[in-house]
Design a binder for this molecule. Structure first.
Ligand code: HDE
Length: 698
C-alpha cells in the first residue's frame, strides 16, 4: 500500500482521530498534558461539543483554561528598553577592592558570581528590529552572596539629560510620534530633534548617539558603562567615588549605517541570533570589568561635576582599573520567564556599594521598582526564579500580596517582638554589622528646586568627544547628523539643532550644514563659555579593536561546478582562527561541486545577503557565474560587500560578477586559489581606506 507523505514524520504512537486529526499519546504519567491544576487531559485536539457538529459547551474547562491562559500571555512591555536579548554567565573577580569596598563580590578574588545580563535597544517596541541607530542597554544582575547587585547601564557612558524629571519628556520625544504612531525605533524624526535642540545638555550624548557606537556589529562587541557615579564604602565606611566599565574582549565594533539599515530587513533578529548562536556553539562572549576610582577631593578638582551624567571622566585623567571579567556561557531556557520577566533595579546593591547624589540616578531609584510593579503586576516579582536572590538565604517580614509563593510559618510577622529569640519563632532581626549602610555624605540644608551651576557647561564635553575621534569616525558622525536632520521636516528644528552644533565645533557644524544644503546659523548662546579639554583618543573605536577572525563570520557564495578545494581551504582557515563560515547557494539544497560532490547550503542566496557577514568569498564555476549575472541578489551580494567595506575573496571564474557589481580592485579584493592566506588579513577587519571611494560622507 502506498504511504501517505505524513507517514514519514508521524511518531509511532500517533493515531488519526475520526476527523483525521493527529493524536499523540503520552508514554508515561510524567509526560502527559494536564490542566494548570493537575488534571490529566485526555484529548488536546477537540473541544467538547453538543454532538459532532454541534456548538461547544461552556462545561469544557480544559478548553476554557487553555484559551484563557493564552488570552493573558502578554504582559506590558518595558516602556523603554522593550526589545532585549539576554544570557546567563558569571563574574570572576581578579583584583580585590577591599581597600575601597566591603562588598564580597568586589573583594573575594577568584570567586565566581552567577549573573544574568540583558542587552536592549531603547526606543523600539519588543517586536522591533535589532539594528536601529540607538543606545544599547547593558544590564547585569549579579546574584551575590549578599543580595542581588543590578548594574543597569548602557553602551554609552553619558546620558541625554541631567535630571530625572526630564526622562518622560525625552522618551515621549524619541518614541513614535503621538498622533501618527511612527516612526518605530528611530530617532530620525521631528519630535526627537525638537526636544534635543531645546535641551543643550543633550549635546554630548548626541555626539555619542550619532557615532558608530549606536550601530554595533554585535552585542558581543559593545562596551558597557554604569553611567551614573556610584560610591564604594569600605569596612570603615569610608567612601570612594566610582564609575563602572565593561570592555568586550572582541573589541568595540560597529556596522556601517547603510549596512545596519539593510540588516534590519535581512535579519530583524541579527543581534539576538548572533548572541544565541555564539553561546550555543561554545564561543562565550567575555568582557573585562573595570572601575575608575576617585576620592571626593579628586572629584572636586575636576573641571566638571561628576554628579552630572552628561559628563565622562576621560581615562587619561583617571585610569580604568580592570578588576574582573564577565563570561556569558548559557542561553536562557525560556525567553519569557527569564529575558522578559527579569526585573532590574538600580536599588539592588550589596553592602559596600552605594549611590551618589546624581539627580538622574536618584530618579532611577524610584522608577524601576515602580515599573516592575506595573509590568509584572505584583509586589512579589522578586520571587520569580530569574529575580530571586541566589546563594544568600533571605527573610523579612513583608507578607502576602498577589502571587505570594512562600508559605510563612509562625506568629510573629512584625518586629520588634518578644515571642522568642531571634531566628526562632520571633523571626529575623536587623544586622548592624554586616547589613547595608549608607555613606554619611554632607548635604546642603535648604530645600531647592534648581539645577546646580556646576552642571551648566553643555558643550565642552561634546567638543572633547568629537575632537577625540579619528577622521573616519568624525565623517560618520557628521553623516549621521545629516541623515537624521534630513528626516526632520520642520526647518526651525533643524536650525535650532545646528546652532547648538556650532558651539561644539564649527567645522563639524559646517560639514553638516553643507550636507543639508543650508546656511550655517549663528551659534546659540551657551550658559557658560565652552572650553577646550584635552582630547581623549581612548574614545575612538576604529584602530582599537583587535584584527581577528574570532567572532567574525564569512559567507561563501557557491555555484554548481565550483572548486570544492577552495571552499574547503577558506573554511578551514577561517574556522581555524575562531571564525564562522556559512555556505550560501542559489538553492537551499546546495550545489554539486566540480568532481560531483554535493555541498549543502546554510542559506539560500535571496535570504542570506552579504550584509549579515563580516567578509565574503565567491567561489563560482564559469557557467555558475554566467547564470548569476542575471540574478540581482548575487550582484547585490558582491556590491554590498564592497560598499560595506568588507574583504571579498573570489575564484577567477567569479570575476565577471564582481565587474558587473562595480567592485574595484583594492587590498581587500583578493583572488583565491588553494592558498587563501591573502584573504585572511583583510577579512580580519573592515577596509576603511575604501570608504571615500564608495560613499559621499559629510
Ligand atoms: Fe532606565 N529605565 N531610566 N536608564 N534603563 C528602565 O525600567 C529610567 C537610564 C536602562 O534590561 C525602566 O525595568 C529613568 C540611564 C536599562 O530590563 C524604567 C531614567 C541608564 C534598562 C527606567 C532612566 C538606563 C532601563 C523600563 C532617568 C543607563 C533596561 C523598564 C532618570 C545607566 C533594563 C524597567 C532591562 C529600563 C527608568 C535613565 C539604563 C522606566 C526614570 C541613565 C539598560 O524604570
Amino acid at each position: 500500500m502506498a504511504r501517505s507523505p505524513r507517514d514519514d514524520t508521524t511518531p509511532a504512537n500517533a493515531k488519526p482521530g475520526n476527523g483525521g486529526e493527529l493524536h499523540q499519546t503520552a508514554s508515561s504519567p510524567e509526560a502527559r498534558i494536564a490542566t494548570n491544576h493537575g488534571v490529566p487531559v485526555g484529548d488536546n485536539q477537540n473541544s467538547l461539543k453538543a454532538g459532532r457538529r454541534g456548538p461547544t459547551l461552556l462545561e469544557d474547562f480544559v478548553l476554557r483554561e487553555k484559551i484563557q491562559h493564552f488570552d493573558h500571555e502578554r504582559i506590558p512591555e518595558r516602556i523603554v528598553h522593550a526589545r532585549g536579548s539576554a544570557a546567563h554567565g558569571y563574574f570572576e573577580l581578579t583584583e580585590s577592592l577591599a581597600e575601597f569596598s566591603r562588598a564580597k563580590v568586589l573583594t573575594e578574588v577568584g570567586v565566581k558570581t552567577e549573573l544574568f545580563t540583558r542587552f536592549s535597544t531603547v526606543a523600539g517596541g519588543a517586536g522591533s528590529v535589532d539594528t536601529p541607530r540607538d543606545v544599547r542597554g547593558f544590564a547585569v544582575k549579579f546574584y551575590t552572596k549578599e543580595g542581588n547587585w543590578d548594574l543597569v547601564g548602557n553602551n554609552i557612558p553619558v546620558f541625554f539629560i541631567q535630571d530625572a524629571i526630564k526622562f518622560p519628556d525625552l522618551i515621549h520625544a524619541v518614541k513614535m510620534e503621538a498622533d501618527r504612531g511612527y516612526p518605530q525605533a528611530a530617532s530620525a524624526h521631528d519630535t526627537f530633534w525638537d526636544f534635543i535642540g531645546l535641551m543643550p545638555e543633550s549635546t554630548h550624548m548626541i555626539m555619542w548617539a550619532m557615532s558608530d557606537r549606536t550601530i554595533p556589529r554585535s552585542l558581543r562587541m559593545i562596551e558597557g558603562f554604569g553611567v551614573n557615579t556610584f560610591r564604594l564604602l569600605n569596612d570603615k565606611d569610608e567612601p570612594t567615588l566610582v564609575k563602572f566599565h565593561w570592555r568586550p574582549k572582541l573589541g568595540t565594533q560597529s556596522t556601517c549605517w547603510d549596512e545596519a539599515v539593510k540588516i534590519a530587513g535581512a535579519d530583524p533578529d541579527y543581534h539576538r541570533r548572533d548572541l544565541y548562536e555564539a553561546i550555543d556553539k561554545g564561543d562565550f562572549p567575555e568582557w573585562e570589568f573595570g572601575v575608575q576610582l576617585l576620592s571626593q577631593a579628586e572629584a572636586d578638582a575636576l573641571p566638571f561635576d561628576i554628579l552630572d551624567a552628561t559628563k565622562l571622566i576621560p581615562e587619561e585623567l583617571v585610569p580604568i582599573r580592570v578588576i574582573g571579567r564577565m563570561v556569558l556561557n548559557r542561553n536562557p531556557d525560556n525567553f519569557f520567564a527569564e529575558t522578559e520577566q527579569v526585573a532590574f533595579l538600580p536599588t539592588n546593591m550589596p553592602p559596600g556599594i552605594d549611590v551618589s547624589e546624581d539627580p538622574l540616578l536618584q530618579g532611577r531609584l524610584f522608577s524601576y521598582q515602580d515599573t516592575q510593579l506595573s509590568r509584572l503586576g505584583t509586589v512579589n516579582f522578586h520571587q520569580l526564579p530569574i529575580n530571586k536572590a541566589k546563594g544568600c538565604p533571605f527573610q523579612n517580614l513583608q507578607r502576602d500580596g498577589q502571587m505570594q509563593t512562600q508559605v510563612f510559618k509562625g506568629r510573629a510577622n512584625y518586629e520588634p517582638n518578644s515571642l522568642s529569640e531571634a531566628g526562632e519563632d520571633g523571626g529575623p532581626r536587623e544586622d548592624p554589622v554586616d547589613g547595608f549602610r549608607t555613606a554619611a555624605v554632607p548635604v546642603e540644608e535648604h530645600k531647592v528646586r534648581l539645577r546646580s551651576e556646576t552642571f551648566a557647561d553643555h558643550y565642552s564635553h561634546a567638543r572633547l568627544f568629537f575632537r577625540s575621534q579619528s577622521k573616519s569616525e568624525q565623517a560618520h558622525l557628521a553623516s549621521a547628523l545629516v541623515f537624521e536632520l534630513s528626516k526632520v521636516t520642520l526647518e526651525h528644528v533643524r536650525n535650532q539643532v545646528m546652532s547648538n552644533l556650532v558651539n561644539v565645533d564649527e567645522t563639524l557644524a559646517q560639514r553638516v550644514a553643507d550636507g543639508l544644503a543650508m546656511p550655517l546659523p549663528k551659534a546659540s548662546k551657551p550658559a557658560v563659555p565652552t572650553v577646550d579639554l584635552e582630547p581623549s583618543p581612548a574614545l575612538r573605536i576604529i584602530g582599537k579593536y583587535p584584527e581577528t577572525l574570532k567572532g567574525r563570520s564569512v559567507g561563501i557564495l557557491v555555484s554548481d561546478g565550483a572548486d570544492g578545494a577552495i571552499v574547503a581551504a577558506v573554511k578551514a582557515a577561517v574556522e581555524g582562527e575562531g571564525g564562522t563560515v556559512k555556505i550560501v547557494a542559489p538553492k537551499i539544497g546546495g550545489v554539486t561541486l566540480k568532481g560531483g560532490k554535493t555541498l549543502k547550503a546554510d542559506g539560500q542566496l535571496a535570504g542570506t545577503p552579504s550584509v549579515i557577514f563580516d567578509a565574503v568569498a565567491l567561489v563560482l564555476s564559469e557557467p555558475g557565474c554566467a547564470a548569476l549575472l542575471k540574478e540581482g541578489a548575487a550582484i547585490d551580494f558582491a556590491k554590498h560587500a564592497f560598499g560595506h567595506l568588507k574583504a571579498i575573496g573570489y575564484s577567477a571564474e567569479a570575476k565577471p560578477l564582481l565587474d558587473k557589481a562595480g567592485v574595484e580592485p583594492d587590498e581587500g579584493i583578493v583572488e583565491l586559489d588553494k592558498a587563501v592566506d591573502g584573504f585572511l588579513a583583510p577579512a580580519r577587519t573592515r577596509q576603511w581606506a575604501r570608504e571615500p571611494g564608495v560613499r559621499m560622507l559629510a
